[in-house]
Write a protein that binds this ligand. Sequence first.
Ligand SMILES: C[S@@+](CC[C@H](N)C(=O)[O-])C[C@H]1O[C@@H](n2cnc3c(N)ncnc32)[C@H](O)[C@@H]1O
Length: 215
Amino acid sequence: MSSKKKGKGKKKAPTTGHRFRGITIPTASHPAIRKVKRQGVEPSIHGNKLWKSSCLLIDYLHRNPPEHSRKVMDVGCGWGISGIWCANKLGSQVTSVDADPDVFPFLDATADINGVETEHMVSRFEKLSVKKLSGYDMLIAADICFWDELVSPVANMVNRAVKAGVKQILIADPERAPFFDMAERCVDKHCAEIIDWETSGPIKASGAILVVENA
Ligand SMILES: C[S@@+](CC[C@H](N)C(=O)[O-])C[C@H]1O[C@@H](n2cnc3c(N)ncnc32)[C@H](O)[C@@H]1O
């Protein structure tokens, strides 16, 4: 007969989410996220979780409320938390863009947790033409320049966004080398700034943000 005492060694329930700058960031243990996973959906280009650079972006926007934020495009959105924050806190109409359609069920679950919706667009950076980018006030992105092969596609997308009249472009990153190669091109071409950023509070993140002002 077992002599184990009741209650001893009981596992603590996993955290299902974190509050950050007024929204909920679900973890993989959140029931809504688990439900999507059980359906067998699996993002394939690293859109398999919420990356911390999106917290850099949210924190930057929280501290520097943008002048123009009616229409926002979140590119390489993954689970889409940065755009979801804009929809929830700035009342923005958000288009969430990703090359991988399998990120969208996770994005919808995350948006639902936060009581908002965003439009979906399946597109690669390379296919976002000046025409498609026109009419947006802000282009935001987090951790999208993680391979050398992404330097030119991302830099060229920024060029087209500037041409399209997008007023502010913000790309946050955990300071990977390809991000700096891309960002330096934007500094030269668009007088952009690269700002060091760090968050405090429930989610700690640090990195850099490329800021292009085009208003
Ligand atoms: C590291 S994840 C970051 C996701 C999200 N921005 C975040 O911070 O949680 C990179 C995202 O970029 C997308 N991606 C990668 N290459 C892409 C491309 N060429 N065009 C569009 N999206 C791309 C991936 O599918 C993935 O969702």
